[in-house]
Design a protein around this ligand. Structure first.
Ligand code: AMP
Length: 281
């Protein structure tokens, strides 16, 4: 069974011993309700580091909505059981008050990359993400931290944060893991009723089809307008955004640079996000 570790003093004791032995430390930050997407990050961390810490913290500061925070699945013991066969060294589950004591006053705000898309639709979300990632990197003293491409804009934010603050951790991106029908795995998918779950695959299908048409030379604006209408006709909506962006800066997409097509849309009261690479012709 994977050791569930708290408080920070306990984790720090373990980290001191690992560092003294010259061992490298990888972390996989999560909000729990683990699925194969998370486990793929853990496998990458195991392959790249001597010691692996999975952190489980449902970060209140990155939710814009109290109900979403309250409804977020919390399955700590099932999570520990899922991690057991993977040889994780610690499942670190800090208390809220240890991460944010009552006198906590520091907020980290990364500009630029966070402005469009999620930044527009979820005000404050990325300040919460940047702040908690900096705290977790400092708590764990990690050499490497593993993040999923599922949350593409978040990944670019974390890269910017680590570069700007000269944090010593290397950020390792990991590909998005999808269900057989193409839906990106997400802890929130559990909240989809069976009929909505069956319809959800239309989202990645529309995304991949639109990317293919843009790569074939069709005008992005027209392709995206048609894709948005197609999704809403299938009951996937509202579509909050469906946009082609520069893959790194999230500014306007430019020829000769990696581009990304990103979407956020509602289905059955659940907000789904996804993204795919686009090679501009
Ligand atoms: P979360 O628990 O949703 O905050 O996610 C924790 C980490 O797992 C983040 O780096 C996510 O990008 C990553 N992740 C979530 N879903 C997937 C997925 N389907 N494939 C790859 N990584 C994922």
């Amino acid at each position: 069974m994977t050791a569930i570790v708290r408080p920070l003093a306990d984790l720090r004791g373990r980290i001191r011993a690992w560092k003294a032995a010259g061992e490298s430390i990888g972390i996989v930050p999560t909000m729990g309700a683990l699925h194969d997407g998370h486990l793929s990050l853990v496998r990458a961390a195991k392959a790249g580091c001597d010691r692996v810490i999975v952190t489980l913290f449902v970060n209140p500061r990155q939710f814009n909505n109290a109900e979403d925070f309250a409804k977020y699945p919390r399955t700590e013991h099932a999570d520990a059981a899922l991690l057991a066969p993977l040889g994780v060294d610690a499942l670190f589950v800090p208390e809220g008050a240890e991460v944010y004591p009552p006198d906590h006053a520091t907020v980290i705000s990364v500009s630029g990359v966070t402005a469009p898309l999620e930044g527009t639709h979820r005000p404050g979300h990325f300040d919460g993400v940047a702040t908690v990632v900096a705290i977790l990197l400092n708590m764990t003293q990690a050499d490497r931290a593993y993040f999923g491409e599922k949350d593409w804009q978040q990944l670019q934010l974390v890269r910017r944060l680590v570069a700007d603050l000269k944090l010593p951790a290397e950020i390792v991106p990991c590909p998005c893991v999808r269900a057989e029908d193409g839906l990106a795995l997400s802890s929130r998918n559990q909240r989809l009723a069976p009929d909505a779950r069956a319809r959800a695959a239309a989202l990645p299908q529309a995304l991949f089809a639109a990317a293919g048409r843009i790569e074939a030379g069709e005008t992005p604006g027209a392709v995206l307008e048609a894709a948005r209408a197609g999704l809403e006709a299938k009951g996937i909506g509202p579509v909050e955004y469906l946009e082609l962006r520069d893959g790194e800066t999230l500014g306007p997409a430019q020829r000769g640079r990696p581009a990304r097509l990103l979407v956020a849309a509602w289905l059955d009261g659940v907000r789904l996000i996804d993204n795919v690479a686009v090679a501009l012709p």
